[in-house]
Design a protein around this ligand. Sequence first.
Ligand code: PAF
Length: 281
Amino acid sequence: MKLLKTILDVRNIVADGKRRGLTIGLVPTMGNLHQGHLELALKCRATVDILVASIFVNPMQFGENEDLDAYPRTLQADQKLLSDAGVDFLFAPANAEMYPENKSMQTSVEVSGLSTLHCGASRPGHFRGVATVVAKLFGIVSPDIAAFGKKDYQQIAVIRQMINDLSMSVNLLEVETVRSSKGLALSSRNGYLTEAENLIAPGLRTALLDAKSCIENGHTDFAELSRHHTKDLANRGFIPEYFVVCNRQTLLPAAATDDCLVILTAAKLGRARLIDNIEVF
Ligand code: PAF
């Protein structure tokens, strides 16, 4: 696997591949990789000729009081993992390569409706940062396919909407969430959990499974279900942010008649902010 630091280097590699009629896959990450990221690489590897991964801790998607500085940077270990997963090129640019200081950016990508819901409500500007950096990565790598994990359900919805709205020629590869043996969705932020919190954390998944089973058994008062499980999460030791039964297409709170649902949740546990989701029907 070759490490690329500049946009120009990536463009040259991609142009050469495209000249030879090869397909390009992209796995965008912020590093500190775990099995969930590697699953993205493995799934994407199986569908393309040239596989590019990126590692960039994107300052634009972090709020002022969030963990940008604390976010773990583990480039050496990540390189080995990506290489073993069959990645051909790793694009790991410096901040100045993505956001040159002498050319202040005047453009951002805002997926206006979806970005204000759920995680967007508690993290204003977050999805603008995500959509903008993903659009930049698409512009740099020109991938045929880009892989994202379904743990970040709302992020995928935002990116899907951006691709459609801006007529981007990228196919989304949506990859199932990888979980610990106890059911906790793998996330770089799980590293913030203490030993005691690690025992509590799988409770987020338990609450989702329980709510799913209530709905499958005919429960249609989704507001009541949300209240019940929010209280349940608080009793388990979380500080719940939201627990909402949503229409899977719009991510708006579901009506009792909707038939494709997803339950989205976010909760704080100590220093970690955990998110998870489960599809119903
Ligand atoms: O999911 C992530 O790791 C990030 O939001 C992404 C998609 C790499 C954009 O910075």
